[in-house]
Design a binder for this molecule. Structure first.
Ligand SMILES: *[C@@H]1O[C@H](CO)[C@@H](O)[C@H](O)[C@H]1NC(C)=O
Ligand SMILES: *[C@@H]1O[C@H](CO)[C@@H](O)[C@H](O)[C@H]1NC(C)=O
Ligand SMILES: *[C@@H]1O[C@H](CO)[C@@H](O)[C@H](O)[C@H]1NC(C)=O
Ligand SMILES: *[C@@H]1O[C@H](CO)[C@@H](O)[C@H](O)[C@H]1NC(C)=O
Length: 385
């Protein structure tokens, strides 16, 4: 094992001296090695047959920390900033790091008997990620570390999963010491344009995709994803179109934290695949103004849930400790919506981050997030060590 790691390291150093920005080409394991850490690759089987890739940077097994990425994203989001990234900074502090890839993304497009080329594989939303992916992963980590509890950090939809988990499988509340919710997503009642407009259009786009038989969206080698990469990497206009035109328009503008040189590294890792249904479910939460299970329409709801309207998630049952980290300039997760969430959670603390420009993405990609964000994360983790 060690010998293999050293060999990989040497090969890696050879390649990196030959190439320019190799971070664009490295996966989680490669980035971990480059920034000084051995990474193990684990597979976790869920109760309903999905096979999830879980990356592990071994540290002190008494201090496991689970990292959960957001929608159309992957574990890589926590490491692409290299030595200024959350995964590496936590590993340098000796935490035992576990980075999950939820069902359907590039690392977790696998199932015991379903084929990702078939629509049935993609019949899931954030509900299943909270109901199946998290329990399987948490139990796996607790087993490997021989602990009763772990700490967790979720970005964006990556923390929505914990509200689903705590409300639908309350026995898991005791297994989470604290979930640090970066850019928390739950209620989407107060989203501003243009993000609100996008959410309003999503169900129609979803219907169209369904008609076309496209249950998977943002697949890595799709025409769509290749087009995004080509546009974003365009020398003259790429930054204007992608960063200003899309990322900042949707997530809030903070150009000084996402410099042009870093954009190619971002778009080589993001976006990645998820299901059409996941996007539609998010839009339903916004449009129905209710944090509820997937809405199949009254007739099908009656079959699936035994009620005409889909059941809402009971946040009162989310007894785990939740630390909400809120940016003042987040175009998706508004201060008002996070306050609604705070008022519904029984065991919550709320941090409005001081940096006025802190947007949705600075939590994972911010150039200087190790200065204005990580000290807050470390202090919350430390409190419950
Ligand atoms: C990550 O990249 C390395 C080197 O290319 C490769 O050996 C490994 O299989 C990759 N891991 C995953 C999970 O894709
Ligand atoms: C990362 O490494 C570079 C080069 O060694 C250094 O200049 C920079 O300060 C480091 N950043 C952090 C956050 O440690
Ligand atoms: C998707 O899953 C739901 C519930 O798990 C089920 O009711 C529905 O029939 C499935 N849809 C398809 C198209 O397989
Ligand atoms: C982990 O799981 C294995 C296999 O199910 C079991 O034998 C072992 O006792 C478990 N270890 C802990 C610490 O729970």
């Amino acid at each position: 094992m060690i010998c293999r790691t050293i060999c990989v390291c040497i090969i890696y150093i050879r390649i990196s001296s030959a190439l320019g920005n190799e971070d664009s080409k490295l996966n989680f394991t490669g980035l971990g090695l480059k920034y000084g850490h051995i990474v193990e690759e684990h597979n976790v089987d869920t109760e309903d047959g999905y096979i999830l890739k879980l990356f592990h940077i071994p540290g002190d097994p008494r201090r496991p920390v689970l990292l959960v990425h957001g929608i159309i994203d992957s574990s890589d989001t926590f490491i692409i900033r290299g030595n200024g990234s959350l995964a590496i900074s936590l590993a340098n502090k000796g935490y035992d790091i576990w980075a999950l890839n939820t069902r359907g993304n590039r690392y977790s497009k696998a199932h015991k008997y379903l084929n990702p080329d078939d629509g049935t594989f993609w019949n899931f939303s954030f509900h299943e990620m909270g109901y199946y992916d998290l329990p399987a992963t948490i139990d796996y980590i607790l087993n490997r570390t021989n602990q009763k509890q772990l700490s967790a950090i979720g970005h964006s939809q990556g923390n929505t999963h914990f509200y689903v988990l705590g409300s639908t499988r309350p026995e898991y509340n005791d297994k989470v010491k604290v979930i640090i919710a970066l850019a928390p997503i739950c209620f989407l009642h107060n989203v501003k344009p243009p993000t609100s407009t996008l959410l309003a259009l999503l169900p129609s786009v979803g219907n169209l995709l369904q008609t076309l038989g496209m249950e998977e969206v943002f697949s890595d080698d799709s025409v769509l994803n290749d087009g995004i990469k080509a546009i974003c990497n365009e020398k003259e206009l790429g930054y204007e179109l992608c960063a200003s035109g899309v990322f900042f328009a949707i997530g809030g503008s903070d150009p000084s934290e996402l410099e042009p040189d870093f954009l190619p590294v971002v778009v080589s890792h993001y976006p990645t695949s998820t299901s059409r249904k996941n996007g539609v479910h998010v839009a339903q939460v916004a449009l129905r103004k209710s944090f509820s299970q997937y809405d199949y329409g009254p007739i099908r709801n009656n079959v699936v849930y035994n009620t005409i309207v889909p059941p809402s998630y009971d946040l009162g049952k989310v007894k785990m400790r939740v630390a909400l980290f809120v940016g003042r300039n987040d175009g998706i997760s508004s201060i008002r919506d996070t306050e609604l969430l705070r008022d519904r959670l029984p065991n919550v603390e709320y941090r409005l981050l001081e940096n006025k420009k802190h947007n949705h993405l600075d939590h994972v990609w911010g150039r200087n997030m190790y200065q204005y964000l990580f000290p807050h994360i470390f202090s919350v983790l430390k409190k419950y060590d």
